[in-house]
Ligand binder design. Structure first.
Ligand code: PEP
Ligand code: MG
Length: 905
């Protein structure tokens, strides 16, 4: 029978969707025989019911009572028992990791009576009261909504009253006072306090975890990382183990490899006499994990052996939270660890080298987004000079921005378009909106496993953590270092998360190692070797070609260096920017004789440009698109002309030629230029423009042929909606070809149509009959399918849609699979129904978007054409798409190949 609660040791394969990531992993750890405190998981199904219906499902209460009784039996303890009290930890656990965003409550079960029992059983009164004060604070913040700052203030005041340097310096009596003041604070701020009934504490904590799924922070994180809204979270309830029982206890986080660089070794942190979240919150700076060897050698050895076993089990970087209670090691949780983009590539390639995973698996463990981040510029150390502050290199990348001291200011300034760097003592879940808005983050406290570091790495946000001596004064809005003024809010600073250095002012950045390597420099580094290995595998695997959108010889050269196999789109209107605009203007509005001259000049100009492009591509295909921009972009501004004409008339000297130009521009004026005289329609209304452009292309090709150089020429017609339109243009192009053949040489070419109107997509079968190839213009296809202006919507409409959850991502950035994607698929299928082998490329922005490439490859695109900088990303993503299309490699969580576990014990 289905249950809403499962014990960690329930038999069978743990179901991640039902138990959440943490719950499934805890169950797996128990199955592996690791020392895990016992407990149970309340399922995501229960959460979904609560979210949908506003109340717990029938049956959940019974399931909960049953599993609680089992837990009491197993531990020999009782929740609320005054002899041997059972204490519980309650943690959220969604299926997809959302680090730090959901809250944890520890020490559930303590009240005014059980705290006395705990003191007696443990023989340590101070420890018992320390647990109780943690419960009051965590429950107050998480369940009752008391601001963390109020607890911090209360603690500071009590410490000052007692002349104590920190909580560790307080005795049992001081901690008891903290408990009392904390309870009063809850009553004053929230109107209610910690219930004395432990079962009620548990119920409220579970409800609070469910409710936090709908909290602002969680929504923001889900939006940022595209996690579906409806999934809900599981809740894990676990018997407490205590790292805060003095010098023989502690808590830590261990990584099997460096999550920043990917190197193998002892990475992580350990904090003696600490519980639960102390290490991750960064409130006290922990010691490096390697020091555990000196502190507690047997536990260190056991942990090392578990780390090794877990890495072989998961076949990936593992991140392990552990507690040592009085010399006994407990594993609290393990997950496949978050990592920086560099670490992702390095670890994937190293694991292949170590024989742990295949190259296919390695490929799907890295992403195009990560590669994009590795191509970002880095700080130029030489020009930056001496750093003014140095901390831990917690998340790589360089960024420049204004200092801001709180999340709200970060969001406000970023909304106005300012680049900001968030500087905080430490970060908590509340700071996530500010981190999302910021270019970088700096914290005074916390190590490389602190909340700030983990969240920043997950987001690809540069971060410098644990800057010792950094003081942040929220009253004066100033930052100091060891008491000396460092900077004020609003100052511009440069942060290098790769070296942990912070500089005053705006400093130069330099190309990253990966970019220099792509540009042809010999760069020797483990990271570059890893990127090279995985890109090469992607090229061997992918079934879709990669071309570039490029309009100059320089761009083509770069695209080829980055691995493009040709040019999928030359936007010829870009050759008529600035002063050159008048060439097209003259063709559009001048008299017949003047138009002839303008056309001759335009042909000569284009011939030169096309020859450069064809030569740069060196025999690879180059798709030259006929003029596309709306006619008004080539004409003078109507209002400006009218004002000039009128003021000339008012001065009594009317200007006839100005008047004639004004009349011509008025004739061409359109209310909706984007759906007006552009693309194929311009080609039909002004066929002489087509002839001029085609002649230029054929002459350029003939010239190359005469010089013995190879070329591969394609001409492409934009905005086509019907086969008939394309046939008209094809006739003009053929005329130009005949003319050049008669004068010079017959030049081979292919003629194709862009599919960027819904009608073209729907009638692609017929268009394909008169086309050599098709190319999906997904930018306009999105604009016309949604009826949304691509130039305006991202400014005003889409932000609101994203806020309201009507869209998860802008359809101009990532293809809208359901609507535009369906049309694109229909175009591919239609075209192949009449011409099975017709090439169908994609040249809209989506062709370079990591989140769209798998879909576009999946609908059968022949090639993707994107900006030169995105070419490596497209290659990588196309390779990943091919591996994923074959069926995912075996799930790491489900492979029970455990040669090392016998040694764990
Ligand atoms: C498109 O519409 O997708 C396209 C590539 O053309 P442009 O962006 O130049 O309109
Ligand atoms: Mg277009």
């Amino acid at each position: 029978m289905n249950s809403y609660v499962y014990s960690f040791d329930a038999p069978g394969n743990p179901d991640r969707d039902l138990l959440g990531g943490k719950g499934a992993e805890l169950a797996r750890l128990v199955q592996l025989g690791l020392p895990v405190p016992p407990g149970f998981t309340v399922t995501t199904a229960a959460c979904r019911q609560v979210l949908e219906q506003g109340c717990r499902p029938a049956g959940m209460a019974g399931d909960l009572a049953h599993h609680l009784a089992l837990l009491e039996e197993r531990t020999g303890l009782a929740l609320g028992g005054v002899e041997r009290p059972l204490l519980l930890a309650v943690r959220s656990g969604p299926a997809s990791s959302m680090p730090g965003l959901m809250d944890t409550v520890l020490d559930i079960g303590l009240n005014d009576e059980t705290v006395v029992a705990l003191a007696r059983v443990s023989g340590d009164e101070r420890f018992a009261w320390d647990c109780y004060r943690r419960l009051v604070q965590m429950f107050g913040e998480t369940v009752l909504g008391v601001p963390a700052a109020s607890f911090a203030e209360l603690t500071e005041t009590l410490l000052a009253d007692r002349g104590a340097t920190g909580i560790p310096a307080l005795g049992a009596e001081g901690l008891r006072e903290l408990v009392e003041r904390g309870k009063t604070l809850c009553e004053v701020v929230a109107g209610r306090s910690l219930p004395q009934d432990p079962r009620k504490q548990l119920d409220l904590a579970i409800d609070a975890v469910f409710a936090s799924w709908q909290g602002e922070r969680a929504r923001l994180y889900r939006r940022r990382f595209g996690i579906p809204e409806h999934l809900g979270t599981a809740v894990n309830v676990q018997a407490m183990v205590f790292g805060n029982r003095g010098a023989t206890s502690g808590s830590g986080v261990a990584f099997t490899r460096d999550p920043v660089t990917g190197e193998l070794g002892d990475y992580g942190e350990y904090l003696t006499d600490a519980q639960g979240e102390d290490v991750v919150s960064g409130a006290r700076t922990a010691v490096p994990l390697a020091r555990l060897r000196d502190i507690d050698l047997p536990s260190y050895r056991q942990l090392r052996s578990i780390m090794c076993a877990l890495e072989h089990h998961y076949r990936d970087l593992c991140d392990i939270e552990f507690t040592i209670e009085d010399g006994r090691l407990w594993i609290l949780q393990t997950r496949v660890g978050k990592r920086s983009p560099a670490a992702a590539f390095r670890i994937a390639a190293d694991l292949v080298e170590e024989g742990m995973i295949t190259e296919d698996e390695a490929l799907v463990r890295v992403t195009g987004d990560q590669l994009t981040q590795l191509m970002f510029p880095q700080l130029d150390e030489r020009s930056a000079g001496r750093a003014v502050a140095v901390g831990l290199a917690a998340s790589p990348g360089a960024a420049v921005g204004r200092v801001v001291l709180d999340g709200a200011t970060a969001v406000a300034l970023a909304t106005r378009g300012e680049d900001v760097v968030l500087v905080r003592p430490e970060t908590r879940a509340d700071d996530v909106p500010g981190m999302v808005a910021a270019r970088a983050v700096i914290t005074a406290r916390g190590g490389r496993t602190s909340h700030a570091a983990i969240v920043a790495r997950g987001m690809g946000l540069p971060a410098v953590c644990g800057v010792e001596g950094l003081g942040i004064d929220m009253d004066t809005r100033r930052v100091s270092l060891n008491g000396q003024r460092l900077f004020a809010e609003g100052d511009v600073i440069t942060v290098d998360g790769g070296s942990g250095k912070v500089h005053h002012g705006h400093h130069r950045t330099v190309p990253s190692d990966v970019t220099r390597w792509l540009d042809g420099e010999a760069v020797e580094s483990p990271l570059v070797a890893s990127v090279s290995r995985l890109l090469a595998h992607a090229d061997r695997t992918r079934r879709v070609g990669v071309r570039a959108n490029a309009d100059s010889g320089r761009d083509i050269a770069r695209a080829l260096r980055y691995g493009a196999e040709g040019v999928g789109l030359v936007r010829t209107e870009r050759m008529f920017l600035g002063d050159r605009r008048t060439y097209v203007e003259r063709v559009l509005i001048d008299s017949d004789s003047e138009r002839e001259a303008a056309l001759r000049e335009l042909t000569a100009l284009q011939r030169e440009s096309f020859a450069v492009l064809l030569a740069a591509a060196d025999g690879r295909p180059v798709t030259i698109r006929l003029l596309d921009a709306p006619a008004h972009e080539f004409l003078p501004d109507l209002t400006d002309l009218a004002v000039r004409a009128e003021s000339a008339a008012a001065r009594g000297c009317p200007d006839e030629s100005l008047q004639a130009r004004l009349a011509a521009v008025r004739r061409h004026h359109e209310a909706n230029p984007m759906t007006g005289l552009r693309g194929v329609r311009l080609a039909i209304v002004r066929p002489e423009l087509v002839v001029a452009q085609a002649t230029a292309a054929f002459e350029a090709a003939a010239e190359l042929r005469e010089r013995g150089r190879p070329f591969d020429l394609e001409l492409m017609v934009p905005m086509v909606s019907s086969a008939a339109e394309l046939s008209v243009v094809a006739a003009s192009v053929a005329r130009a070809a005949e003319d050049v053949a008669a004068r010079r040489d017959r030049v081979p070419y292919r003629l194709g149509a862009m599919v960027e109107t819904p009608r073209a997509a729907v009638t692609a079968a017929r268009i394909a009959e008169v086309s050599d190839f098709l190319s999906l213009g997904t930018n306009d296809l999105t604009q016309l399918t949604w009826g949304l202006s691509r130039d305006d919507a991202e400014r005003s409409i889409l932000p609101r849609y994203l806020d309201e959850g009507l869209l998860r991502v802008s359809p101009f950035a990532t293809i809208d699979q359901e609507g535009v994607g369906d049309l694109a698929a229909c175009a591919v299928d239609g075209a192949r129904s009449t011409r099975p082998s017709i090439p169908v490329g994609v040249c809209g922005e989506h062709a370079g978007d990591p989140a769209s490439i798998g879909f576009l490859a999946g609908i059968g695109a022949t090639y993707l054409s994107c900006s030169p900088f995105r070419v490596p990303v497209a290659r990588l993503e196309a390779g990943r798409a091919a591996v994923l299309a074959e069926g995912c490699p075996p799930d790491r969580f489900d492979e029970l190949d455990l040669p090392f576990l016998a040694a764990v014990g």
